[in-house]
Design a protein around this ligand. Sequence first.
Ligand code: SF4
Length: 703
Amino acid sequence: QGDSADFDSETESVCPFCGVGCKVSLKVKDGKVKYVEGINGPANEGRLCVKGRFGFDYIHHPHRLTKPLIRREDAPPKGMNVDPGNLTTHFREASWEEAMQAAAGGLARLRQAHGGQSVAGFGSAKCTNEEAYLFQKLIRQGFKHNNVDHCTRLCHASSVSALIENVGSGAVTATFNEIENADVAIIIGANPIENHPVAATYFKQFTKRGGKLIVMDPRGQGMKRFAYQMLQFRPGADVSMLNAIMNVIVEEGLYDQQYIDAYTENWEAEKEHLKAFTPEAMAPICGIDPEVIRDVARTFAGAKAAMIFWGMGVSQHIHGTDNSRCLISLALMTGQVGRPGSGLHPLRGQNNVQGASDAGLIPMFVPDYRSVEDPAVREDIFGVWGRDEDWSAKKGLTVTEIVDQVYAGNIKGMYIQGENPAMSDPDVDHARDAFAKLEHLVVQDIFLTETAYFADVILPASALYEKDGTVSNTNRQVQRVRPAVPPPGEARVDWRITVDLAQRLGLPWDYTDVSEVFAEMKQVMASLDNITWERLETETVTYPSLSETDPGQAVVFGDGFPRPEGRAKFTPASVIPPDEAPDAAYPMIMTTGRQLEHWHTGSMTRRASVLDAVEPEANCSLHPKTLRALGVSPGEMVRLTTRRGSIEIMARADRAVSEDMVFVPFAYVEAAANVLTNPAIDPYGKIPEFKFSAVRVEAITQT
Ligand code: SF4
């Protein structure tokens, strides 16, 4: 910390970690970021959490990739056998020219020999909007299909699926800051104190003002201290509990008939469906007392303005879309959408997962969630990209479907930018085996991630604090990021690498500045109307923005929805049990997630000195009684085994975890949680069931 005079420069940008999108000032001395300060962005008003404040020095870590790398001809077989501190056993340094020729040449050869379908791409929610847009355009234009996806498939794909189906838009209907106008709020399946810490400060302030916070989570958590009601329901029993709450609202006539008549459809079917879900019938399934269910129903329905926030505890289930359908129905039947202090808000995970999804980095939609199968949408895209009848009008494959096709040998080449599926995919040993089979893998990243272990060509890229562009946070707020320092060594900015690759694959791209990419995005994305590059120089703009002086709409859908006749839809949801039930061999339930200090697969935060010092070791959380029953003391190792595999990991005592559960963070390669997770997917959002696996926990006998 210090005065401005202590630094050579100060640059405004946006935190690279979570979807809150805190604005930061980066203080640079001697070519390095030395200090990060929260500044007055609309989502953070000067606040930062420990990651944003202290987690920045990974960008200067000695493991940064500074030169392109090519797999050595005499390298050992592809696998997890690489030392990120010593790359020379597997890779050799190459010039950019040689590396780009190898990267593009390999993909072009596969396209020539086996057709475009033999190549797929994973883009990144850590990159900018412009980089996400160019990535999906490269796959669609260069390989003529839609097999392009990113980590939204692993976080909120089911929420987006339900939102598009029922309200006609995949984004939040109200910013999280709108909670200041609410008197009741539900947080379900989210742990904001750890995962959206700055948003959590607004939630705490809401309760200090007298707002009633209802927390629903199978795992106890920090927000419990602030809760009016804490519903610690059985894992996977969300639909039964939510339907029971709605049953009370129907039976007691607490719904908003005027709103339902004016703005919704399919109410009678929903009402009929809910009849069977009485609190008494659902209590044995969800584990919540019927009187608590009744109180929550009356409190929510009686609110003047109420919001619903949810996270991956809702979405990462095989019934994730049904979970979100229930939350949408609850808001609709009580008329809690479209007014100040009301609305639906899935708390987005990565810093730019909202923007990357908006920009079309998903297999079923081009930018702005318009169907790849719609002839009118294709005509619109042709008007900007040029006519291309060879481009497939079929939905593409999702992340897990692509990995399965790689395993089956049908996809032979991939371009992966800034994602680490060799750590983040469910049943990750299967994913790693698949990547080892690829004939040609191009990885573009800032570190030698576990995915890069399998690469044929590695292109050194840039961290967010080294690049120019825009990102969009969970609030639909579009913000500029700016380079505080240049990429290290010969590393390049991601969008320029993608443009170079596209040109070498024969595409007539001629972008010379990132603002030109943004200008093209505006031609195909009505959501960016009235948001200009010039405006973003000085302000954050929330989409939709109704004029060039409108800062944007914090609350949307006050007078109808972007669906037929302007009506949102009720979609009834039935109880679907988790894919695998605990049994004698695997008697407990495993759930996975993040910790406050570590971000996703740990590639950045485990190289951030302060964060790694605070949380250096792979760990899992078990209830103290469970530990006693196992004969294990906190700090000792346990073995976790599921039908997919086994890991050994240090155990911690945590009363927040129920006695039949174990919580495992997925940031640690040495005890990778995803070796254990179940790849079963939700049929709509195609999201894996990361939140429920049957597991056996054993003490490791010391010899
Ligand atoms: Fe960064 Fe999220 Fe923390 Fe804000 S809350 S500083 S965006 S990690």
